[in-house]
Ligand binder design. Structure first.
Ligand code: FE
Ligand code: FE
Length: 217
């Protein structure tokens, strides 16, 4: 076993984060290329630059500790990146994909926030002041990025939702012209409202059946 002490665990965790950041730097450009929102693209571009700085910060930390940075693959980040990339295959470019990418990015940021929180706290306990400072700076950047993504999500989400109703609208028009004329438009718009309602009642029904199962056990 390669980790026996808290100090070894600390270095091991740092190697894991180093691998995570390197994976993020690799993955970001492809994800940024796939998004449509300029605001989101800019946020991703900014965080890519920031992430490169975070890698440099980690290089500095390994120097201070006189340890090697290599030797670990962060499996958590690997999974998060795989999930983000699979969205590109499943969703067409547009606001809905942007929503999905924001969700994937925020998962990444939350993962990093947890990881940096852990090592920053350990560094403090170990009396590694300079290392703790450096880790704290990155931790703040990850939190700010998460908040910025939440802000971007507000505009992207509403765009994605209105696009959904536009698409329904154009389908209706196609239906209308190929069959019964404009009279159908109001009725199918009505049915799209009903589908929202039935979605809501479906989820509340499944919610109650789940709690039913729980109490049955
Ligand atoms: Fe990072
Ligand atoms: Fe990050």
């Amino acid at each position: 076993m390669s980790v026996a002490t808290a100090e070894e665990l600390f270095v091991d965790e740092l190697k894991d984060i180093y691998s995570a950041e390197k994976q993020a730097v690799k993955a970001f450009p492809r994800l940024a290329k796939a998004v449509q929102s300029e605001e989101l693209k800019q946020a991703m571009q900014d965080h890519l630059e920031q992430t490169k700085g975070q890698v440099e910060r980690l290089d500095r930390i390994f120097e201070i500790l006189e340890k090697r940075s290599s030797g670990k693959t962060c499996e958590g980040m690997k999974g998060l990146v795989t999930e983000a990339q699979s969205q590109l295959e499943e969703i067409e470019k547009g606001p809905v994909l942007d929503c999905a990418i924001i969700g994937a990015l925020q998962r990444i940021e939350h993962y990093e926030i947890a990881a940096y929180g852990t090592v920053a706290t350990l560094a403090e306990a170990m009396g590694q002041e300079e290392v703790k400072e450096l880790l704290g700076e990155t931790l703040e950047e990850e939190k700010e990025t998460d908040e910025r993504l939440t802000e971007v999500a507000q505009s992207v989400n509403s765009e994605a939702l209105s696009e959904g109703s536009e698409e329904e609208g154009s389908e209706e028009e196609e239906n209308g012209s190929s069959s019964n004329g404009s009279g159908r438009r109001t009725s199918s718009r009505g049915s799209s409202k009903t589908s929202w309602k039935s979605n809501a009642s479906r989820s509340s029904r499944s919610g109650s059946s789940r709690s039913g199962q729980r109490s049955g056990r």
